[in-house]
Design a protein around this ligand. Structure first.
Ligand code: 5GP
Ligand code: MN
Length: 362
């Protein structure tokens, strides 16, 4: 038996260890270390959007100027509308280049995790990230981050985008002079896509000030909009026509609209990653609609996206019914059940929320 004193000491040590492990230090603690070259991996959530790719590449273009050896790794492939981005040819796809990516993770001193709150959002990369000996650093604007997984971090749900937070990181660490055209183009892309081209409520005065700063570096913002929004193939528009005509259900009683897309549609129209981005916003444009949802049968899972206006909290909604999360007005989730089951689940969930959804003043 262990003497009482030793027991107490052991208990204290465990408590101390627990707090050390659970305590994510503020990211400004990292600033003094930024000028010592390190091996760095920068990663993002699976199926990266403009903010995920923009923030990781923006950080990449910043860190290489400080002498770090940096590689960006995406857990999966990405949409074609991102392929113009400066530096994207250096990005590794973990699913396709697993051995090379794993080696870099093993050898890294720092792993920056951008635009996601839980390691599970990196899918097949989760285990590798979890076991990594490198210091994990979080920069993210989603709710309820897994703080215990990160040594340093910045988590702020009031921020418009992770790109805005990377901008704060660069300027906060005293390196504003390192914001060159490449950094500025990447950060502009993410703040533009995550704010719905500067219309969502998180588009604060500080966002516009930042954009003025990026613009002054010489970026061509019209070109960036064109790259991202005007570069689709004809098939995507035929597909959208079919979706709006045949796959959208409007429940006026609930101020809700739902789009459910079978996998056969994706095959028929040759739909690839990124083609369905933004589709959920169409029904939100219908007068009176407060909640818009899309459920897509991607084969391996049914992926859902939710958008709302005003008070309906789709973060809570996605967490409660669809194994997901996100923000108050934009969230997503995924289910393993067949499409019809997930649709039924949605209709049931909508009915359970009738009071909140139908008591809406226009
Ligand atoms: P989207 O609908 O564009 O995929 O995602 C909207 C928002 O919800 C994004 O901020 C995204 O990070 C979050 N989100 C999407 N899917 C999931 C999910 O499965 N789990 C969690 N926690 N968040 C998600
Ligand atoms: Mn984001």
């Amino acid at each position: 038996m262990m003497p009482k004193k030793l027991w107490r000491l052991k208990g204290k040590l465990e408590t101390y260890r627990y707090f050390c492990a659970a305590f994510m230090q503020a990211i400004n603690q990292l600033y003094p270390m930024l000028t010592t070259p390190k091996k760095v991996v920068v990663t993002m959530h699976q199926k990266p959007d403009g903010d995920a790719m923009g923030s990781t590449l923006g950080l990449y273009h910043f860190l290489i100027q400080l002498g770090h050896t940096v590689t960006v790794i995406s857990p999966t492939n990405w949409a074609d509308f991102l392929t113009w981005m400066p530096g994207i040819k250096t990005v590794l796809d973990f699913e396709r280049q697993t051995a090379a990516a794993e080696k870099l993770i093993d050898e890294a001193d720092w792993i920056f995790c951008l635009d996601f709150n839980t390691l599970s959002r990196t899918k097949k990369m989760e285990e590798k990230l979890n076991k990594a000996t490198a210091l994990r650093i979080l920069i993210d604007h989603h709710q309820e981050p897994q703080e215990e997984k990160f040594a340093y971090g910045a988590s702020d749900t009031s921020k418009s985008s992770t790109c805005e937070m990377v901008y704060d990181f660069i300027t906060g660490s005293g390196h504003e002079d390192k914001i060159n055209v490449a950094v500025a183009e990447c950060l502009y892309t993410g703040v533009m896509t995550d704010t719905g081209s500067f219309r969502f409520p998180a588009t604060t005065a500080a966002v516009h000030t930042m954009v003025a700063g990026l613009k002054s570096k010489g970026i061509d913002h019209s070109k960036i909009h064109e790259h991202v929004y005007d570069n689709f193939l004809e098939n995507r528009f035929r597909f959208i026509g079919n979706v709006l005509l045949n796959r959208m259900e409007v429940y006026y009683e609930y101020n809700t609209a739902l789009i459910a897309i079978p996998q056969s549609d994706l095959i028929k129209f040759g739909i690839t990653t990124g083609d369905t981005e933004g589709l959920v916003n169409y029904p939100l444009g219908i007068k009176g609609i407060k909640l818009a949802a899309i459920i897509i049968d991607r084969g391996e899972e049914r992926k859902s996206s939710f958008r709302s206006k005003d008070g309906f909290d789709v973060n809570v909604f996605a967490r409660k019914y669809f194994n997901g999360g996100g923000h108050m007005n934009a969230s997503g989730g995924q289910n393993k059940e067949p499409l019809e089951e997930v649709v039924k689940k949605f209709v049931q969930a909508m009915k359970e929320n009738k009071e909140q959804l139908s008591n809406y003043e226009f």
